[in-house]
Ligand binder design. Structure first.
Ligand SMILES: NC(=O)c1ccc[n+]([C@@H]2O[C@H](COP(=O)([O-])OP(=O)(O)OC[C@H]3O[C@@H](n4cnc5c(N)ncnc54)[C@H](O)[C@@H]3O)[C@@H](O)[C@H]2O)c1
Length: 440
C-alpha cells in the first residue's frame, strides 16, 4: 500500500533518499541539485566505468563541476553504483537513460525498459518512479507501467508513477537545473502531488499538467519546434547563398522585432542527442493513429542535407582556387555538436569529416573540448585533435569552421589560413580585416 503523506513528510524533512538511474548529461546535474539541498542520493548506472570514475573522483563530462560529487561521495551522501540490488533503498527513483532511434529510425526504448525491469525486481511500496527520458506520448503508461507492475505491485495502490521531461541545456551559462521550469504529469492526482513535491525541493518553478501524455508530448513539441525552425532558417540560408544575401544579417535585423519573432541560426546540420532524434519519436507514434507529421518529415529532410551542402560548398571554394577536393588538406575546427561542450552525439562534424574523406580529402581536426574523437553509435573515425599552430593552419588548403567554440582566436586563425570557410558566422567580428573568409 502507498502512503502519500509519509513520503511528503520525508521530502519536507529531507530524509527521503533519491535514486537516479542513468548518470549522464541529464542524471548528473540532477544528482548535484538534490545533493545541494541536502538529500542523500543513490546513482545507478549499468556502465561500470562511469561508476568507477565517479568513485575515483574522475570527471567524465567536462562542463559539470565534479567537486560537489566528490565531497558527497566522501561523506557517503552520494553513492554511485551499478548494483541494482539497492533499488529498494531510494524513496524516489528518477529515470534518465538514453532514448535513441534504431537503425531504421524507430524509437529504441531498450534502456528505458531495461531500467524499469531492474526497478521492478526490487520495487517496494510507496516509491515514486518518474521517467525523465524524452519519449513519445504513451510511453510511461504503455511501456513502463506494465514492466514495473510485472511482480504484482500496482501503480494505483502501491507506488506512484509520473513523467517529467528534462530540459537540461548543457553548457548554457544563463540557466541551470534549478532555474529551468519543470513540467510534471502524474498517473493520478497523488502521483502528481508527490512528484511536484520532489521537484519543488530543487526547482524554482514546477509546472503541473493534466497527465502523463501531456507532459510527454510537451517535450517532443519543444524539440520539434526547434527542429522545424532550424530547418526553415537552413533553407533560407541556401536561398540567400543563391541570391547573394547575408542570411545572418537578415536574421539579426529580423530579431530586432520585439514581438512575434524568435531568431534561429543556420549551421552545418543538426546535432546532439535531442533535436535530430526526438521529433521522430512523435512521427512513429502518430503512425499508429494514421496521422502523418509532415512538418517533421520536411524539417528532417532539409536538416539532413546540410552536411552535404557544406561539402559541396567546400568543393566549390577550393575549385575557385584551382584546388581539387581529392588530396586537399582540410582542417576542421570544432567536433562537438555545439559550442563549448564535448558532446559528439549526432554531431554533423562527424558526417562532414566522413564525406570529405570519402571524396579523398586529407582531414585533420581541432577541438579543445574533444582531444580524442570518441566512438559514437555511428562513427569510429579514430582521429585526435591537432595543435592549432600558425604553421599547421597555414599548411592547410582550407580551414573549415563547424563549431564556434569560445576558445578560438578567429583573428589568429584568419591571419594564417589560406582559406577560412565559416558555417557558423563565427568570424563576424574579424571578417572585415581578412579577405580569405567565406561564409557557407
Ligand atoms: N543531454 C541533454 O542535453 C538532454 C536534454 C534533455 C533531455 N534529454 C533526454 O534525457 C535522457 C538521457 O539523456 P542523457 O543525455 O543524459 O544520456 P547519457 O547517455 O549522457 O546518459 C545516460 C546514462 O544512462 C545509462 N544507462 C543506460 N541504460 C541504463 C540502464 N538500463 N540502467 C541505468 N543506467 C543506464 C548510460 O550508461 C548513461 O550513463 C534521454 O532521453 C535524452 O533524450 C537529454
Amino acid at each position: 500500500m502507498r502512503a502519500k503523506q509519509e513520503l511528503l513528510e520525508k521530502l519536507t524533512q529531507r530524509t527521503a533518499v533519491i535514486g537516479i538511474c542513468g548518470l549522464g548529461y541529464v542524471g548528473l546535474p540532477l544528482v548535484r541539485a538534490f545533493l545541494k539541498v541536502g538529500f542523500k542520493v543513490l546513482g545507478f548506472d549499468i556502465d561500470d566505468r562511469k561508476v568507477e570514475d565517479l568513485r575515483a573522483g574522475r570527471s567524465y563530462i567536462k562542463h559539470i563541476d565534479f567537486q560537489l560529487l566528490k565531497s558527497a561521495i566522501a561523506e557517503d551522501r552520494f553513492v554511485p553504483t551499478s548494483d541494482f540490488g539497492q533499488i529498494g533503498e531510494p524513496d524516489v527513483i528518477l529515470i534518465a537513460v538514453p532514448t535513441p532511434l534504431t537503425r531504421t529510425r524507430e524509437p529504441d526504448l531498450t534502456a528505458v525498459e531495461g531500467t524499469c525491469r531492474q526497478i521492478a525486481a526490487g520495487l517496494r511500496d510507496n516509491q515514486l518512479i518518474v521517467l525523465e527520458s524524452t519519449t513519445y506520448p504513451g510511453t510511461t503508461e504503455e511501456v513502463c507501467r506494465p514492466v514495473l507492475e510485472a511482480f504484482g505491485k500496482s501503480a494505483e495502490s502501491d507506488f506512484f508513477l509520473a513523467y517529467s521531461p528534462e530540459r537540461e541545456d548543457p553548457g548554457n551559462p544563463k540557466f541551470e537545473t534549478s532555474t529551468i521550469p519543470k513540467v510534471v504529469g502524474g498517473l493520478d492526482e497523488d502521483a502528481l502531488e508527490v512528484a511536484i513535491a520532489v521537484y519543488a525541493t530543487i526547482i524554482e518553478r514546477v509546472v503541473p499538467v493534466s497527465g502523463l501524455k501531456a507532459a510527454e508530448l510537451c517535450k517532443i513539441f519543444e524539440n520539434t519546434f526547434r527542429a522545424v525552425n532550424i530547418a526553415l532558417v537552413n533553407e533560407l540560408k541556401l536561398m540567400c547563398q543563391r541570391m547573394g544575401i547575408d542570411v545572418w544579417e537578415v536574421i539579426d535585423a529580423a530579431a530586432t522585432k520585439p514581438f512575434g519573432f524568435m531568431p534561429f541560426y543556420p549551421g552545418p546540420g543538426l546535432g546532439g542527442h535531442c533535436i535530430p532524434i526526438d521529433p521522430f519519436y512523435l512521427t512513429w507514434k502518430a503512425r499508429e493513429y494514421d496521422f502523418s507529421t509532415r512538418f517533421i518529415e520536411l524539417a528532417g529532410e532539409i536538416n539532413t542535407q546540410m552536411p552535404y551542402h557544406v561539402v559541396d560548398g567546400v568543393m566549390r571554394e577550393l575549385s575557385d582556387r584551382r584546388v581539387a577536393l581529392r588530396g586537399a588538406k582540410i582542417l576542421v575546427l570544432g567536433l562537438a555538436y555545439k559550442e563549448n561542450v564535448d558532446d559528439l552525439r549526432e554531431s554533423p562534424s562527424l558526417k562532414i569529416i566522413e564525406l570529405l574523406r570519402e571524396k579523398g580529402a586529407e582531414v585533420l581536426y581541432n577541438d579543445p573540448h574533444c582531444p580524442v574523437m570518441k566512438r559514437t553509435r555511428q562513427y569510429d573515425l579514430g582521429m585526435h585533435s591537432v595543435e592549432l599552430t600558425a604553421e599547421l593552419i597555414h599548411s592547410q588548403d582550407a580551414v573549415l569552421v563547424l563549431t564556434a567554440h569560445k576558445a578560438y582566436d578567429w583573428d589568429f586563425i584568419a591571419t594564417y589560413a589560406q582559406l577560412l570557410i565559416d558555417t557558423r558566422n563565427a568570424t563576424r567580428d574579424v571578417k572585415a580585416r581578412h579577405n580569405n573568409i567565406r561564409k557557407l
